[in-house]
Write a protein that binds this ligand. Structure first.
Ligand code: HEM
Length: 409
């Protein structure tokens, strides 16, 4: 996304102004995690003149407050800079109290244990198929696996014919890694149009659709009434936006780390029961989502003057490395947090805490359970140059991996 004209409003004191462009900063592309960690030296809340000007929340405890306080921090825009989306997403673009009924619909119906139960088997089958389709002993992990599994799971949950999988990929790429507003808009419009037409078609014979999430959506009520077509459409687009690129991105970081750290990987192969705990530490250490808010009213917050309308960025990759919250934050320690596991903000907090977290964790866990034992000696292909993709979700651009395969392995 090209930088908007830089602005520092009058209420922002000079000592709080620092550059930070999470969409195209060369320093992030160069060395993502060291750069995020270097933010420990900056003030708890600072102002970046980039991307039209916005506040950055650099500490975990304050980020949690921002996520949780909808009266001060609204979801009128959840991206920085504000990107005009053709659809108001349900539930993400609603503040409480309007948000509540929609949110309950997600928690109790769409993501109910019943709707999700069937998806673990689907996830495992697709993970195995994707592995079997890889060339012997090597893959480009992002294209061959991480971009594909979340789409397969989404299509299964919604009962969309799997043959549409390859159509979805360019839309996801345009929305999340497009470098222009036009690419973002075109990805959104194409996905939204496809999903609208698909939904119209499904509703002609809904009993034929076997998707658990689709069935939950069409049979659910909010406040005593069925969902309108428009609401169903905006929920479907939300699931598309929330559930694909996020999981792909997290998978790319998890596998890059495990391919680079044999000791951590060997432990998970030997003790698969540690995978859930290890995943929480991976989610903290490599949080991916950059989430926006807008200041709802003039206020003083942690000693900083904020004005209504100021954009605020909560970079979860940065707050996951906050040394005041996590000792030796750059180190991956699967035993961090001991038995209860580490508490992190990878899925946000407060009213908008990610309702897809269970599904995301399932996909990540199944990925490790299925792939690690099949990839002995896993490593990054020698000479491969790893680059980061910046933007709403931080991702490993491409991840060439290899492992010992064949009769002798
Ligand atoms: C590793 C994967 C994922 C990460 C890191 C992630 C992260 C997040 C974060 C940080 C939020 C809070 C947004 C905010 O406060 O404005 C969120 C919200 C949301 N996520 Fe996820 N997510 C992931 C996977 C998923 C999946 C698989 C789905 C569904 C298929 C999903 C659906 C949603 C929805 C619907 C919301 C909006 C909730 C609301 O506004 O109440 N996410 N996610």
């Amino acid at each position: 996304m090209p930088a908007e004209q830089s602005t520092v409003p009058q209420h922002v004191p000079a000592h709080l102004v620092y550059p930070f462009d999470y969409r195209s900063d060369a320093a992030i592309k160069e060395n993502l995690w060291d750069y995020m960690s270097s933010m420990n030296a900056r003030p708890d809340i600072f102002f970046s003149p980039d991307l039209g000007g916005h506040w950055v929340i650099a500490r975990a405890a304050i980020a949690e407050e921002v996520f949780s306080n909808h009266e001060l921090f609204s979801v009128r825009s959840v991206s920085v800079p504000k990107l005009e989306s053709p659809v108001r997403l349900i539930p993400n673009n609603y503040d409480p109290p309007e948000h509540g009924p929609y949110r309950r619909l997600f928690a109790q119906n769409l993501f109910s244990p019943r709707a999700l139960a069937a998806l673990e088997g689907v996830t495992r089958n697709h993970a195995r198929e994707l592995f079997d389709a890889m060339p012997l002993g090597q893959c480009e992990f992002v294209a061959d696996f991480a971009e594909r599994l979340p789409i397969d799971v989404f299509l299964a949950g919604m009962g969309v014919d799997p043959s549409h999988r390859d159509e979805f990929l360019p839309w996801v790429q345009n929305v999340f890694s497009g470098t222009t507003k036009e690419q973002f808009a075109s990805g959104m419009t194409e996905a939204s149009t496809f999903l609208a037409e698909w939904l119209q078609e499904q509703l002609k014979a809904p009993e034929k659709n076997t998707g658990g999430m689709f069935q939950a959506m069409i049979t659910s009520e909010i406040e005593g009434r069925a969902l309108t077509w428009d609401e169903m459409h905006r929920i479907t687009v939300m699931l598309f936006l929330g559930g694909l690129d996020t999981v792909t991105s997290e998978m790319s970081h998890a596998m890059y780390f495990l391919a680079s750290s044999p000791a951590h990987r060997d432990r998970l192969v030997e003790r698969p029961q540690d995978i859930p705990k290890a995943l929480e530490e991976i989610l903290r250490r490599f949080s991916i989502a950059n989430i926006g808010r807008v200041v709802a009213k003039d206020t003083e917050f942690h000693g900083v003057v904020l004005k209504a309308g100021d954009p605020v960025l909560i970079p979860t990759p940065m707050v996951g490395l906050d040394e005041t919250a996590f000792e030796d934050a750059m180190t991956v320690d699967f035993d961090r947090g001991r038995a209860r596991g580490v508490r992190h903000l990878a899925f946000g907090a407060g009213p908008h805490l990610c309702p897809g977290a269970y599904l995301a964790r399932t996909q990540l866990r199944v990925m490790l359970e299925e792939l690690l034992p099949r990839m002995p000696g896993l490593r990054v292909q020698p000479g491969a140059k790893i680059e980061w993709r910046t933007g709403a979700d931080f991702m490993v651009h491409a991840l060439p991996l290899e492992w010992n395969a064949g009769p002798s392995s």
